[in-house]
Ligand binder design. Structure first.
Ligand code: ADP
Length: 351
């Protein structure tokens, strides 16, 4: 993250692309360090958007409360930054219970998941993020834990091995994944509720931005919040990150907490984000394709040209360019659309 020095001016404010992309929907280290991601809505009502998901969750929560049962295991899937973790906390809150949090890559050994499950109390929620990344042994232990609230453990080795069964409290597992297809069928089948978390509309993002701006004490006008919403790729995490960077700019460069549309544009300019929400890596990508004229270009050549790895290009850069109609993927390679060409031709100097 760029360090903000006291004698900063508009031009110093840019970020180097390799350090951080403001438009990346994954959590970045600055957010983890400062717990910025933890500024979350405190009730389902405050959770903006996802109306269908919220109303079916509401019914499931009320039904299990009436029956005095724990909620069925729930799988939330959708892109990073859309609110899966937030929903898990809200579900626990609505169920009047605690939410324990783990991420699948951190559950390495069988004893990690056993420890987690033995520590659960009746009715509590266990949230496992990136659940598609669980290893096989952990997954197998989860099967009986989810189905029968029982742990089947093997103690000792070889001939001396014995099986032991331990009953565990009835808990609710909430799994979150960005890759539904990577979850094995036996694990998937043990979830009772499935919810897709969708991208947000501009109006919903605008509301999220307005609510958050109140929390961090800045005064944002209507046009300014809509402008931010428009370029946030349907993703609250990106919207809130933009908002924090705009606040930095406003407070450090302009010495104000009042943010207009004009100030938003200036701030984003200083971060090299343009009116479409594209950053310098997006534009370099488009320029490279433009140089190839109308020839389809393979992903590996693009990655080599940009000096980035191909999966980052494929999963992080391209989806949004496709979504806004600048790019198409063909069997022979990537191609710019007329819209994409027009856009990149209008950017004369790489911003
Ligand atoms: P995920 O787990 O899907 O990656 P998070 O739950 O961590 O996403 O959400 C990212 C950020 O966006 C958090 O700061 C969260 O408070 C905020 N956020 C996500 N969805 C909403 C929403 N519907 N309303 C308000 N804030 C939201």
């Amino acid at each position: 993250m760029a360090i903000i020095s006291s004698n900063i001016d508009d031009n110093d404010f840019s970020l180097r692309k390799k350090e951080l992309r403001l438009v990346d929907s994954k959590v970045i280290s600055e957010e983890k360090r400062n717990n910025l991601n933890l500024v979350r809505p405190v009730s389902l009502k405050e959770f903006i958007g996802q109306e269908k998901l919220k109303s079916s969750l509401r019914i499931a929560i009320d039904a299990s409360t009436i029956r005095k049962e724990s909620l069925e295991h729930t799988l939330l899937y959708g892109q990073p930054g859309l609110g899966k973790t937030t929903l898990a906390f809200l579900i626990a809150k609505e169920m009047n219970t605690k939410c324990r949090v783990a991420t699948a890559p951190a559950i390495e050994r069988p004893r990690d998941i056993v420890g987690l499950l033995l520590g659960m109390k009746e009715g509590e929620v266990l949230f496992i993020d990136e659940i598609h990344r669980l290893n096989r042994l952990t997954e197998e232990l989860l099967y009986s834990a989810m189905e029968d609230f029982r742990l089947d453990l093997t103690m000792g080795a070889n001939r001396g091995a014995r099986c032991r069964t331990i009953n565990i409290p009835r808990f609710t597992l909430i799994g979150a994944t960005t890759k539904l297809a990577s979850i094995s069928a036996p694990l998937r089948d043990r979830f009772g509720l499935f919810h897709k978390v969708e991208f947000y509309t501009n109006d919903e993002l605008k509301q999220i931005i307005i609510n958050f701006s109140r929390l961090i004490n800045i005064n944002l006008d209507d046009d300014a919040s809509y402008n931010l919403a428009k370029i946030s790729r349907g993703t609250p995490r990106i919207a809130l990150r933009f908002l924090r960077r705009v606040r930095d700019y406003a407070q450090v460069v302009k010495k104000t907490n009042v943010i207009s549309k004009n100030l938003v544009n200036k701030a984003l300019n200083s971060y090299q984000i343009d009116e479409k929400g594209l950053d310098s890596l997006d534009r370099q990508y488009l320029s490279l394709l433009r140089l190839n004229n109308n020839n389809p270009t393979g992903l590996d050549s693009i990655a080599a040209g940009l000096g980035d790895d191909s999966s980052m290009i494929e999963f992080v850069v391209e989806p949004y360019l496709i979504q806004i109609g600048f790019l198409i993927r063909t069997p022979r390679g990537r191609l710019l659309t007329d819209l994409g060409k027009k856009y990149i031709d209008s950017k004369n100097d790489n911003f």
